[in-house]
Design a protein around this ligand. Structure first.
Ligand SMILES: Nc1ncnc2c1ncn2[C@@H]1O[C@H](COP(=O)(O)OP(=O)(O)OP(=O)(O)O)[C@@H](O)[C@H]1O
Ligand SMILES: [Zn+2]
Length: 725
């Protein structure tokens, strides 16, 4: 009886064998349901071994092999295999992460194209010619004609001004389904390229075929998106698929819309974790079957199977959200580069503020450099001005200079953004009489005051409760919120500028995708004058009337302990500042700081990312931090800190025996946020001079660690190339 080897989502690096009467070699790469313990699990067939690893008589039969969808191809299995090896994660867990849950459960999955191509039917043309009748459906036909391309996806038609009438027009036979092959690359609404854009596009398209990583370093507003779209167009025209990664779901709606508008006949699939299960499975199967033309998504879409893949585009490649921070801690950007190498394709990593790792690759000419030094529309980058707050009296954190600048914008009917990367009203509630402060009972963190809904909330574990009326410790009724968050700034701005429409944009104001889209629409329509926002507002947005960005509270990050903190701060400030003056109106950035002479701010004022990168890399070289060394972090957590630390000390001793020269195992230390959701956390850093050295060590070490018996209460994980150290 044939034996199948299955990767199952279990926290140990082991594969499991089952029997399957009718299994064939062609079932490798198919999803299965199998009995496991007292229940059942879903997994993936990764091989048909000749013999089982255990006594064949004890193997259980498989329950179901999912044969309605094509098996995942070899290159996909190699991809998840690489991720499992490189990040030292069980293959079954990588598979579980990479596959949509519905597909993995081996449920029936519909691969239907739910977004058909439609075109104006002869009957529709007839009514347009008569044009005596007037109706919404008729208006829609005209809009379809004006789009200049036919056929169009139903979703694209629905987004037209009279789009709601699409069903009506179809029922009347005025629109019809398009049959036969349609060129997918037809583009609408293309602007004339700038010279720089044209040059970089030529560089990519005229490069020798094969693997080629590129850094597209383009200043904010330089039109990197247009470069992606043109590259995508060239790929579609060549019959290839495009994978486009964006850092956050929050950025997908506008981009999705833009891509769909640009290529109205293409099958554009978006993949992210917020999709309904059915939609995610369907999108994945469309990618797998080759029906999808463009897959657009967040980090997990790097696992979309794409048989006709032509190019991978990674927008905002520096963004930390490409790195998964739990479970399998992969970096989608790095996996994208590996994938491009595997498939022999170009990969374009774009950013105005590249990660120092990528920047260094480009400088060492391992990556090609594509640069856009000028903005596409605006004539210049915004003017950056530091406001020295050392001797200033601030009004709820707002300097007179910033208030005046906002006032000017209001008079001119332009928009301002006050950036503060801290949501809530105040970061803590405190009692001036006895010194009580609002601590989270489960974390080593403070509870944040949310005045808008009168709650104290932990931003780490999510626990919350009402704001007390008096100090829980001494009964004092005069307890005070201490420090500032976006809600407090919002409240003060409303008082200072009663005539202005103040809009707060943070995770509390945009809890759902619909709320987020509504906020963006409000801003784009010019129905807000002053925005108060967190990093949600810093990324990728393009609002032509936004001409002023004020930054408050940035100093806190200047002294953070993490060696990546300056890089992150610089990126964040350059990105948020880059939202100003992107259209015809000139922009200005006002940065309030007590350290106006700090080199970071100096480089920022000159928009000199390269100077900043050189400085930061010099510092890292001296300290031998990445990219001049390679790191992995072993983390452990338990209800008591001692247990976590002792496990790490034990792990360290296990590792020391096999640690070669050039590999360093540090002392276990408590994590900065030691207690999180009632668990105490510690970490152990491993550092090596060479990547190969680190990987070789981890391979041996992980085997030893997986073989350890630990108490049920203890959990541990390995994080390769950790971002937070
Ligand atoms: N060739 C062009 N002609 C006219 N407008 C253009 C052209 N290229 C880009 N634009 C416009 O310039 C603006 C900035 O482009 P885009 O948002 O792509 O910048 P970006 O490089 O992604 O910037 P950021 O890094 O700040 O997100 C957009 O409004 C875009 O429509
Ligand atoms: Zn908490």
């Amino acid at each position: 009886m044939p034996i199948i080897r299955v990767a199952l989502p279990v926290p140990i690096p082991q594969l499991f064998d089952y029997t399957a009467e009718d299994a064939l070699e062609s079932d490798v790469g198919r999803c299965v349901r199998v009995p496991f313990g007292r229940g059942e699990k879903s997994g993936l067939i990764v091989g048909l071994p000749d013999a089982a690893e255990v006594d064949a008589a004890r193997l259980k039969p498989v329950l179901h092999i999912q044969r309605e969808v094509p098996p995942l191809p070899d290159d996909w299995l190699a991809l998840v295999g690489f991720v499992a090896r490189y990040y030292h994660a069980p293959l079954g867990e990588v598979v579980a992460l990479a596959l949509p849950p519905g597909l993995r459960r081996a449920d029936g999955v519909s691969a239907d194209d739910t977004d058909p191509l439609l075109e104006v039917a002869p009957a529709g043309r007839q009514v347009m010619a008569d044009a005596r009748r007037d109706s919404k459906a008729l208006a829609l036909l005209r809009e379809c004609e004006e789009a200049g391309v036919s056929p169009l996806r139903r979703s694209v038609i629905r987004a037209l001004p009279s789009g709601a009438a699409v069903g009506d027009a179809f029922r009347r036979g005025w629109l019809q389904l398009t049959v036969g092959n349609v060129p997918r690359h037809h583009a609408t609404g293309r602007p004339e390229l700038t010279d720089e854009q044209a040059t970089v596009i030529d560089q990519v398209l005229n490069a020798a075929p094969g693997f080629r990583p590129w850094l597209l370093q383009g200043v904010t507003g330089s039109g990197k998106t247009e470069v992606y779209l043109r590259l995508a167009e060239a790929m579609l025209a060549a019959g290839k698929q495009v994978l486009m990664l964006v850092p956050e779901i929050a950025l997908t709606p506008q981009l999705e819309h833009r891509v769909a508008q640009r290529f109205p006949a293409a099958n554009v699939i978006s993949l992210h974790s917020a999709l309904a299960e059915g939609a995610r499975s369907r999108g994945f199967v469309q990618a797998l079957s080759g029906h999808a033309d463009i897959v657009l998504g967040t980090r997990l879409s790097v696992f979309a199977p794409l048989p006709r893949l032509g190019i991978i585009l990674v927008d905002e490649e520096h963004d930390a959200s490409y790195k998964q921070q739990e479970g399998v801690r992969y970096s989608a950007r790095d996996v994208a580069v590996w994938r491009a190498r595997q498939r022999g394709l170009p990969v374009v990593l774009g950013s105005a503020t590249p990660s120092l790792e990528t920047w260094q690759h480009a400088r060492a000419e391992r990556y090609g450099l594509l640069s856009l030094s000028r903005r596409a529309v605006a004539s210049s980058l915004p003017k950056v001005r530091g406001v020295d707050t050392r001797r200033l009296k601030l009004d709820e954190g707002l300097s007179p200079a910033l208030q005046a600048a906002i006032g000017e914008r209001l008079e001119r009917g332009e928009q301002s953004l006050v950036f503060l990367n801290r949501r809530g009203y105040a970061p803590v509630l405190s009692c001036p009489a006895c010194g009580w402060i609002s601590r989270c009972p489960h974390c080593s963190a403070n509870l944040v005051v949310h005045l808008a809904d009168r709650r104290l909330r932990c931003h780490h574990c999510g626990c919350d409760g009402p704001i007390p009326h008096a100090c829980p410790s001494c009964g004092n009724q005069d307890i005070q919120p201490f420090g500032r968050g976006t809600q407090r700034i919002e409240a003060r701005l409303i008082e200072l500028f009663p005539q202005a429409r103040v809009l707060r944009v943070d995770r509390d104001a945009a809890r759902t995708r619909a709320q987020w889209e509504a906020l963006l629409d409000t801003i784009a329509a010019g129905e807000a004058d002053i925005l108060v926002g967190t990093q949600m507002m810093a990324k990728g947005h393009d609002f032509p009337k936004l001409t002023l960005v004020g930054v408050i509270g940035a100093d806190a990050s200047l002294h953070a302990a993490d060696f990546r903190a300056p890089e992150r701060l610089f990126q964040q400030l350059m990105q948020v500042g880059g939202r100003a003056g992107r259209g015809a109106l000139p922009g200005e950035v006002v940065i309030q700081t007590e350290y106006p002479g700090h080199p970071l701010f100096q480089h920022l004022a000159r928009h000199d990312f390269d100077a900043f990168a050189r400085m930061a890399l010099d510092e890292r070289k001296v300290a031998s931090f990445p990219p001049f060394s390679y790191q992995a972090m072993l983390r452990a957590d338990a209800p008591v800190l001692k247990d976590a630390v002792e496990f790490l000390q034990h792990a360290r001793r296990l590792g020391e025996a096999s640690a070669a020269a050039g590999l360093r195992l540090f002392d276990p230390v408590p994590m900065r946020l030691t207690r999180l959701a009632r668990r105490e956390r510690a970490q152990l850093l491993v550092e090596a001079d060479e990547r190969g050295l680190l990987q070789g060590f981890l391979l041996q070490w992980m085997k030893l660690l997986y073989a350890q018996r630990t108490s049920r209460e203890l959990r541990w994980q390995i994080d390769v190339d950790p971002l937070d150290v």
